[in-house]
Design a protein around this ligand. Structure first.
Ligand SMILES: [Zn+2]
Length: 70
């Protein structure tokens, strides 16, 4: 199974564990990409000022999903 290539900005090493569906991203991150929230490399856009949104993008598919995971 191919995994989503999104890498969280959170340490830069954790990757989303969802199955890749389109363009190397999982459905969730593909949607983010389409909306310009992350770029083609899977890096979260600096233009997103909403911290809650950044957090949900960053933590989607990351095991643990919360700050205690690292
Ligand atoms: Zn993903």
């Amino acid at each position: 199974m191919e995994r989503c290539r999104f890498t969280t900005s959170w340490g830069g090493v954790l990757r989303c564990r969802d199955e890749a569906s389109r363009f190397g991203f999982c459905r969730f991150h593909y949607d983010c990409y389409r909306h310009g929230e992350i770029d083609a490399r899977g890096v979260i856009s600096e233009r997103i000022s909403d911290q809650e949104r950044r957090r949900s993008i960053n933590y989607h598919g990351v095991p643990g999903g919360t700050a205690s995971a690292v």
